[in-house]
Design a protein around this ligand. Sequence first.
Ligand code: DMJ
Length: 934
Amino acid sequence: MSEAGGGRGFGYSVPQRAPWSLVAATAALCLVSATSVWTAGASPMSREEKQKLGNQVLEMFDHAYGNYMEHAYPADELMPLTCRGRVRGQEPSRGDVDDALGKFSLTLIDSLDTLVVLNKTKEFEDAVRKVLRDVNLDNDVVVSVFETNIRVLGGLLGGHSLAIMLKEKGEYMQWYNDELLQMAKQLGYKLLPAFNTTSGLPYPRINLKFGIRKPEARTGTETDTCTACAGTLILEFAALSRFTGATIFEEYARKALDFLWEKRQRSSNLVGVTINIHTGDWVRKDSGVGAGIDSYYEYLLKAYVLLGDDSFLERFNTHYDAIMRYISQPPLLLDVHIHKPMLNARTWMDALLAFFPGLQVLKGDIRPAIETHEMLYQVIKKHNFLPEAFTTDFRVHWAQHPLRPEFAESTYFLYKATGDPYYLEVGKTLIENLNKYARVPCGFAAMKDVRTGSHEDRMDSFFLAEMFKYLYLLFADKEDVIFDIEDYIFTTEAHLLPLWLSTTNQRISKKNTTSEYTELDDSNFDWTCPNTQILFPNDPLYAQSIREPLKNVVDKSCPRGIIRVREESFRSGAKPPLRARDFMATNPEHLEILKKMGVSLIHLKDGRVQLVQHAIQAASSIDAEDGLRFMQEMIELSSQQQKEQQLPPRAVQIVSHPFFGRVVLTAGPAQFGLDLSKHKETRGFVASSKPYNGCSELTNPEAVMGKIALIQRGQCMFAEKARNIQNAGAIGGIVIDDNEGSSSDTAPLFQMAGDGKDTDDITIPMLFLFSKEGSIILDAIREYEEVEVLLSDKAKDRDPEMENEEPPSSENESQNQSAEQIASSSQEVDLVDQESPEESSLNSHPESLSPADTDNAASISPSEQNSNPTESHETTSLDGECTDLDNQLKEQSETEEDSNPNVSWGKKVQPIDSILADWNEDIEAFEMMEKDEL
Ligand code: DMJ
């Protein structure tokens, strides 16, 4: 496909093959026409500025890659805070996230094709030689099949694809003889034993040396896998088959996809998050487009693009229709239950779904892509990065951000689709934020908490594989890339596979799934080309006009205005369902709604109020669903209130040379001393106290006077240490854990409790650091002697001039916060504003946590509802509620069944067994959701 106007072409368009069928081709055509007609909108960015930003991306990549190669290689990943390699087994286990690490120089392999995209051909040649020389794929390590496939197999295949492209050009890689492909094949064979299940779905983990199930393999006992884990293999496996002629890989990946397709929930056409690999039963029946499912959908559409097999497109379109019908609530994408798709399964979204607008661009459905992207961008503007999870009213749900690339990916594809320079400005913001908040002297560090700005000692390989590729391509003109990007498709890890593979080694028999469809419902194409083709040429401000109403969606969010109220609720005269946060036990109208939803209010003798739902007593199935959601919201509200009673984490920011505020450590707060959220931060040089445990009068008061004292944990109460350093003239204290190797990466933070006495005499701020974070400061002292830190509730702006500045005032910030609090308190519900930092993910520490502050409890309970924090689980705990509900439903159903086998729900009649089965599924799903982790 040729270049369009002064703009750029679209990345999936090289049909040197026949079967490019109507829809994808048309979608691509739409996108190009959109690009070519762009004439107005946001002010265009000059060629110079684009080049400047492109160069900035190159410099940032050098910083990340250079530090990895210098300080971490051949380890899998760089630990950018401690400036060393992450070697599995040598660091405390982080759980599943470590399953990506196979002692195979992950970051180097994942970076291979990025080097070529960024025009670093010489470095690519060196990197390939290193991979061939150093990488061993036969380690006795248990790795994730999914991660190994997308990062390592994909990385080797992307490297091979560009190596042969370069060789053909005749300058570089002339010595190359398919060695990366041979490695890929070796790895492919190592992964195949994972597919030895009756379903054909792969085991989630495999031992690279010993495979599955052998005693020494330490794997093969798992029963479940995620849908994305089983459904994100076809691109890499088919490419491997087609490059090598060994058809087995493509066959296995197809079989897994066929099985997932067979298992889709037939009435909703949705898939769940996890599935039993032996029975094919859905284990988690919630469904969305983010964590656990995301790239399954991506690979159906891209498999069609790469392989030209219509059945993949048909499957994708069927799922997409269901997604747009149930999950998409523009601009939100909210998980639902596969059996009850009108019922939301969550009130929050995860960061992984940020890839979805990019996929919608590939499909050609631009409008919802623009809307969701704009919503995500506003969340980013608020928190600098996309938190791992955020609520429907845009509060932080999980505060980490591991430098994920999905939003940059969607930004790139939206720019390709619309040519709107707005998306270049978005990219510029991403670059600025990365440099300002994530850049550390030794690479880029993941955000541990986007609210405090604190870091994690982690730089994932996907940051190099994806982030820099998409950002560079966003600002690059055609001539800035040494090959035609349009000849390739991006895998989910942004590895490049050539589209000519579609006509190579086509020996796999395609399953004829088309006959399974009665007729392809093409109503879902309503959103695609006809709209974009008509609207873009006629109205170049199209994208802007879609974004405009969403401009303040995050700042001025009102949950009820955003969340889709189901179609049924709009039935004439019907009011939107009652939300838990709005509920007031003294409001007769609310009590009436509760009754309709089958929820009874029981006033307990001790003054508490208990809510119990009897679905059978609801006025209709819709009211019963509303009731279930209401109860679920109550449960979430209650757990949030409990969270809010805890103090949020704090930040220790190293501001002296050479850190200049770039390294931010997560610190635990104290329940005594200066409250850093209410006062100016404290800035000072650090000094170790003597004795180091701070348990007696200091013998070196002159050393700590006017400084922030470092004290070791243990041997006396935290408050006693604080008094001793305060008496010696310290202006603050940092307690460092005495458990060697402890780290906030692996242990939950906690707050330091007082000593049970009055602690009003302690006026200095006290923070706690785990041993690993503490040793970063101790190492800095050894190396630079003078180390200055800032103790605060939230990291302050990093600035190379920081050391020359007066400590920045936090007054404006606290003013902003109180403004937000005032705004929020004007709502009817008596809830403390959930905006950070009140909303904490801080955990309690049994050793030192004092009883919850009961004064807070009253102020954060829903009005009129007594929720004693120590006992609130009785009224809203998930387990208690579900069991209660379950039993009562059973009792009810038994009585009802005798007299009336069918329960009438207004217009609908549903057999009681099916209601019970459905409700039990919902309950199971809620229980699973409680355990849910990204
Ligand atoms: C990447 O490894 C891949 O994009 C994957 O599909 C899920 N997301 C991570 C990065 O966030």
